[in-house]
Design a protein around this ligand. Sequence first.
Ligand SMILES: Cc1cc2nc3c(=O)[nH]c(=O)nc-3n(C[C@H](O)[C@H](O)[C@H](O)COP(=O)(O)O)c2cc1C
Length: 130
Amino acid sequence: MATLLHIDSSLFPGEASSSRSVTAAFRKSWEEQHPEGTVIYRDLAAAPVPHITADAWSAGYAAPSERTPEQSAAFAARVKLIEELEQANAVLIGAPMYNFSIPSTLKAWLDSVLLLGRTAGETPSAKGNA
Ligand SMILES: Cc1cc2nc3c(=O)[nH]c(=O)nc-3n(C[C@H](O)[C@H](O)[C@H](O)COP(=O)(O)O)c2cc1C
């Protein structure tokens, strides 16, 4: 079954946000084309993900049996986000420009989900197929 991962990151709710209006229009079209599809939704302004930490980052490159309890706990939060990305056939990201960059909440999400050797690299698990 097709799965869309829809991420919004604007500070502003609903139609007050330009990027949310664009993602809502895309999502509506996607849902019409995939009536049996599933949408996973994350609003990074309403529910920000934690910034990556040294434990969360280094755990990604350590064998599970060698992780400290702190690394394991920090990595579990990353894995939840990574698995959402891996489930998705398509990813829809609302990314407004804030100070010539993306919102820091979206950068925090990227820092969590991008893991060389898993989601990123030569054979990425997060490659989509829509
Ligand atoms: C904190 C903040 C920083 C911004 N920085 C820029 C910028 O660097 N360049 C720009 O062209 N617009 C900037 N803007 C304007 C936004 O890009 C514009 O309002 C856009 O509609 C935001 O998308 P949104 O409505 O989905 O949040 C900024 C807006 C905010 C709130």
